[in-house]
Ligand binder design. Structure first.
Ligand SMILES: C[C@H](NC(=O)O)C(=O)O
Ligand SMILES: [Zn+2]
Length: 593
């Protein structure tokens, strides 16, 4: 009968066994396409996704045999809740095929995009990919026109080709969400946080970080005006979006040489890595050792064999954007990335290895609990370890600090903190605004012909950056960012950037660290490692406040640890910008012709 918990548990076991067959097949087909984008592989991917959606639908129907919402056993009840939550698989087959096709089209456009007509090129038909070429130009060029070419060209070759597919995706994703009992797809995405007034909570965290961001923004704007003297900056106070060292202005680390408080004391880890002939594999070995020295798990033997850690040189198209893959069979775990030998990529390697460590720690949970406590937790693990790896103290330990540099030098420490701020504080508004835009699109508040106008309203208002060239409603600049065509929700990174400092604070305490938070390196602390492992083992079997409590002893997200971490730099910035006007108008203003 519908309340027979014993029979229900037997069914849950059968579901797990079946899921550990169906999911690996779908993952394998998706992996094959991601590492070799061809029409043939796309058809196989669609087939496998169709098969998985049919399994999900069948399973959902079987959950109706049980009165699981009234089960008293919490664990079983939670498994049924997750199994019944089948997302886009709820769509009838033809609509499921349509939404999968629309997503594949956009992913393919994004990953194959190349930009031609580079200023100064003899051959205007020579075309360049994002990774590594355009990324390197955005990182290193100080030529306004070259930066504008890469910035505008990338948007022409990606976002501008997507609005129709994106509109189709939104329509069908909303239809699926409605069938699953949500008001729209944004409501469905937010449900993974199981948090009352989640949007309000995010807004409060963002407001708590605004003043810190305004200080960094005012400082960067002042120095960029000096670097690009004679070029137009808008009177409304925004920074032209192509000057921040990154295609989306989401991370300003490449401006370190311009913005370091003490330029004479560089943190030139990339140069040190190259001088020491670092390879991709050495970067991964370094990262893996940090995890195992904490008492966490090593990579399984086949990991290195099966992963794609470098951009293939045989000319095939691949999805270069870094990602970590769980095949849900407790055996196969992979990373796919187009690694370059730089400090940024060493950090990214730790980020992706953090995902795999989480997979390994919760691999014996029921399949539906093999997720982060909330999506932000999954994004935070690798970054927490990287907070220790990046310290001058740790860099010295692994011989990536110049021999003549003293890790305790206070000026070097301030340079280090600036470097961290250019990645962690600079990111905050960007991490916040992408899903502010998408949630409004899913709510129907932003129509297709307003996609780009609303995108720039948010970019100018929250991030204080504006377009370097005129934008039109035929542009779709949101589509120039991987996660939009790839349908990866983004508020998870904003959450991660807040909670990773709460985790860092708690683990540093566990590791017995004394002194300023930004100097802490938890390396080799098995006490800290055990605490992190205990949290990861939970997967999504418990609501995330339980997981938060397992590490930090408290149950809420808050920005106080991030602010504590950057306190010494905040004081320095306040002095640096005391004659500047902080902030900018909500509106974009105009700088083009
Ligand atoms: C922050 C985010 N990280 C990721 O995708 O792994 C990004 O790159 O935009
Ligand atoms: Zn990630």
């Amino acid at each position: 009968d519908r309340n027979n918990i014993t029979a229900a548990k037997i069914w849950l076991e059968e579901y797990n066994t079946e899921a550990e067959k169906v999911r690996p097949e779908a993952q394998e087909a998706s992996w094959t396409w991601n590492t070799n984008i061809t029409d043939y592989n796309n058809r196989l991917k669609l087939e496998a996704e169709k098969k998985k959606s049919e399994f999900d639908k069948r399973s959902y129907n079987q959950t109706l045999n049980w009165d699981w919402k009234n089960f008293t056993e919490i664990n079983a009840k939670r498994q049924f809740y997750k199994i019944a939550d089948i997302g886009e698989s709820v769509l009838p087959t033809d609509k499921f095929q349509q939404i999968t096709k629309a997503k594949s089209n956009m992913q393919s456009v994004y990953s194959k995009a190349r930009v031609c007509n580079k200023p100064g090129d003899q051959d205007p038909s020579k075309c360049y990919p994002l990774n590594p070429t355009l990324e390197n130009i955005m990182a290193k060029s100080t030529d306004w026109k070259e930066l504008a070419w890469a910035w505008e060209g990338w948007r022409n070759e990606t976002g501008r080709k997507m609005p129709d597919d994106y509109e189709k995706f939104v329509e069908l994703a909303n239809e699926a969400a409605g069938m699953n009992g949500y008001t729209d797809n944004g409501d469905y995405w937010r449900s993974w946080y199981e948090t009352e007034n989640f949007e309000k909570q995010m807004e409060e965290l963002f407001i708590g970080l605004k003043d810190l961001y305004k200080l960094l923004h005012a400082y960067a704007r002042k120095k960029l005006k000096e670097r690009f003297v004679g070029h137009p900056f808008p009177d409304s106070g925004q920074i032209p979006a192509h000057l921040l060292g990154n295609m989306w202005a989401q991370s300003w680390g490449n401006l370190f040489t311009l913005l370091a408080p003490y330029p004479g004391k560089p943190l030139d880890v990339t140069e040190m890595m190259r001088e020491q002939n670092y390879t991709t594999r050495k970067m991964f070995d370094l990262s893996e050792k940090f995890f195992t020295d904490l008492g966490l798990d090593p990579m399984p033997p086949k990991f290195y064999n099966d992963s794609m850690l470098d951009k293939p040189e045989d000319g095939r198209d691949v999805v270069c954007h870094a990602s970590a893959w769980d095949f849900y069979n407790r055996k196969d775990f992979r990373i796919k990335q187009c690694t370059q030998v730089t400090m940024d990529w060493l950090i990214t390697t730790h980020h992706e290895m953090g995902h795999v460590q989480y997979f390994l720690q919760y691999k014996d949970q029921p399949v539906v609990f093999r997720r982060g406590a909330n999506p932000g937790f999954h994004e935070a693990i690798g970054d927490v370890l990287a907070l220790s790896v990046s310290t001058p103290k740790h860099l010295k330990k692994i011989n990536l600090l110049r021999p003549n540099q003293n890790p305790d030098d206070e000026e070097l420490q301030l340079n280090f903190l600036m470097n961290q701020a250019l990645k962690k504080i600079a990111f905050i508004p960007f991490g916040y605004l992408i899903d502010q835009w998408r949630w409004k699109v899913f709510k129907g508040e932003t129509k297709k012909d307003e996609y780009n106008e609303d995108w720039w309203n948010l970019r100018c208002k929250h991030q204080g950056v504006s377009p370097p060239v005129q934008r039109f409603n035929t542009d779709f600049d949101a589509g120039s960012k991987f996660h939009v065509p790839n349908n990866t929700p983004y508020i998870r990174y904003f959450v991660s950037y807040v909670i990773q400092f709460q985790f860092h604070k708690a683990l540093c305490k566990e590791a017995g660290h004394n002194g300023p938070l930004h100097k802490c390196d938890i390396d080799q602390s098995t006490e800290a490692g055990n605490k992190l492992a205990a949290m990861m083992k939970l997967g999504s079997s418990k609501e995330w406040p339980d997981a938060m409590e397992a590490i930090t002893g408290q149950r809420k997200m808050n920005v106080s640890d991030l602010i504590e971490y950057f306190a010494p730099l905040e004081d320095w910035l306040k002095k640096e910008v005391k004659n500047e006007t902080l902030g900018w108008d909500d509106q974009c203003g105009r700088i083009w012709g």
